[in-house]
Structure formats: C-alpha cells, structure tokens
Design a protein around this ligand. Sequence first.
Ligand SMILES: Cc1ncc(COP(=O)(O)O)c(C=O)c1O
Length: 391
Amino acid sequence: MLAGVRLRPAKRMKEIPPSSTFKVLNLAKELERQGKDIVHMEVGEPDFDTPAHIKRAAEEALARGMTKYTPSAGLPELREAITEHLATKGISTDAKNVIVTPGAKHAIFCTLAATLDPGDEVIIPSPCWTYEAMVRIVGGKPVFIESKQSDEFKVKVEHVQEALTDNTRMILLNYPNNPTGAVMQKKDLQSIIDLAINHDIWILSDEIYDCLVYEGKHVSVMSLPNTAERTIYINGFSKAYAMTGWRLGYAVAPVELIAEINKIQQASTTCAAGFVQAAGVAALRGPQDCVREMRDEYRKRRDVIVNGLNSIDGFECIKPAGAFYAFPRIKKPGISSLDFCEFLLREAGVAAVPGSGFGPYGEGHARFSYATSIQNIQRGLDQMGDTLARR
Ligand SMILES: Cc1ncc(COP(=O)(O)O)c(C=O)c1O
C-alpha cells in the first residue's frame, strides 16, 4: 500500500485495463507449477523460430560493431527497404514517411501520443486488440462500435457514422483482425475511408497480420486513393517473420506527423536496436518463401481448429479469413467468457483468452491462437470435447 497523499499512481491509471491474457496466463502458470499439463492456445505469438538468414544478419551486424544508437527514425537502409517492400503491396511511399520503432505496439503508442489531445475520441470496432489502454494512457477516449459475427466481424459504415461526434479525431482499423481474423475487402473499406475523408479524421490502420490472409486478398488502406494524407499505417516484423522478441515495427504517415511521432520516440526509447534493424533489412530484402511457408502451415491449422471447434457442442466458430486466431461463440448460456475460460483451463487443461478482454463486444466468445502445432491443437480439441461432453 502506498503511503501519503502524493505517493499514489496517476489518477488516469484507474481507467487503464490490465492485459486480458494476464489472468489466464497466471492461472495457467499456477496449474503448471502444480504439475498439470496445459495446452497453450492463449498466446498471440508464432511458434516458429526466426528464419536463419535473419538471425545471421543480426549476428554479422553485432560482429561489425553495430552496438550504438541509430538515427531515432531508423537506419536509412531499413527505411528504404520498408518502402521497397511496401511497393510490392501496392503502397507507394517514401523513406521520409517511415519511422522504425521497437515493435509495432510502440509505433501505435507514439502515434496516439502524437495525434490525440485530452478528450479526443477514437472510434474502435470491437472485438479489438488492446488499443484501449494505449488510447487512455495518452488521455484519449475510446468509442467502441460493434462488429458482429453475423457480418463476419467486419465493421459496418453505419456504425461508424453513428459514433461520429465533433470530438472524433480518429478511427482505428485492424484488418486482418486480432481477435476475430476478419479481413475487409476493398468495397468494405472504401465507404469507411470516404466517411473519414468527409469528416476529416485520422485513420490508424494496424495491418500487422497482412501476410496472413487465407481467403481473398489483403487490401491495405494505404493502397487506396486519397488515403496517404490522413492514414497512419502500422506494420512490423513480429508476425510475418516470427520476430516477436526482437521488437521491430514501423509506422508510415505524412512527413509532418512523422516528425511529431519521432519526438515521442526520442523522448521514450531513442531508437530500435541497430543490429535488430539490420536483421529487419535482411528480412525484407531476403527470400520471402519463409513467410509463405508459415502462412500455408497456419492455413492447415486454421482448418483443423475451426472444424474441431464446430464439432464440439459448446462452440460456434466462423472461419477466420486471416491472422492466427479462432474466435468462437460460447454456446453455454449464462456463463461469462472469463468463467468459461477458467473452467476450460482447470477442467480441460486448455488456455484460451476470454472474449471480454477484447473490448465491450467480445463477451460471449473465447480466443484460441492457432500459432501452435497441429498436434497441440488436436490435443486441446480432444480435451475440450471430452470435458464439455461430460458437463
Ligand atoms: C493487432 C496487433 N497489432 C500490433 C501488435 C504488436 O506487435 P509488435 O510485436 O510488433 O509490437 C500485435 C501483437 O500481438 C497485434 O496483435
């Protein structure tokens, strides 16, 4: 307990929710300490190792003495490599529009800090990843709108329209989506972009799962006309190249905003580590078959988990078009997603994340990551099937 009137956390900390995986992870760890075998399907991290040529590039960079600060916006070579890479995705930009950060998460955080004034509203379709905490930390106000399973979890322009107020500063889009796996096609996106243009608001587009699309094709917000002046595009290396622990991501935005984002980076982390950035260059300029191979494997796993969940009385799961999560509806009336996930953990030995951790419209669902082997997925499905059949 903190003593004294001034020895207290900032008032805004009360409004900041802890990470949704926290409770489940802690309980899973406790059960493991007691000797229980847990199938981990809660973590949003590739189980693959970082490809060897990327690791080699970091080793060589270290051997060359790349142990110092780099320019805060990133190594010029990496910023160039990012623009070349984005050109292959139909995004035309310039190295001066790119800032490299330690992880995509930090790119989002710096962007929010650089764009939002206290009380500014950010429209966030939910179920959504952990943007709420970041928006609140910088004094912004999240305004959640529902994306429904019956709409394949795609956000509808009518819902965006209803949420707009004079205080709206930004809409935050994340497709392919964590946790639902939803992917938006061009026609789905265009009406939302038109609305953003008409109301003169920012679009923050987190496209970190863009390389993991199994149905249709990923369309980047930045590849559509008239978006560059109002879009902050976010991507990174964690998911595409299995590099979560390296902490490397980036934002693309108008030059004037990049300068502001860079101030936040300079005041917080200075820069991403130099040898990690060198590895990033190798990732983007090296062979891309590793990305395709991982995607093909995720696709197989997706089919196993979706079919498996739908064969268990207790779940209803639509086929996610992208990312590596299944987000089934829990078909057990009267139980919260948190209680259900706790039950699954204790009784079936399977760790999943309660839907309530993904904004106000995630309740009633659970998120299973299929960034784990087919063998593990099958084991988890068998254990859940047995447990729910006995219930
Ligand atoms: C939607 C989404 N955006 C961003 C990130 C953060 O990625 P990074 O590891 O590059 O910070 C994640 C990580 O889980 C994510 O799911």
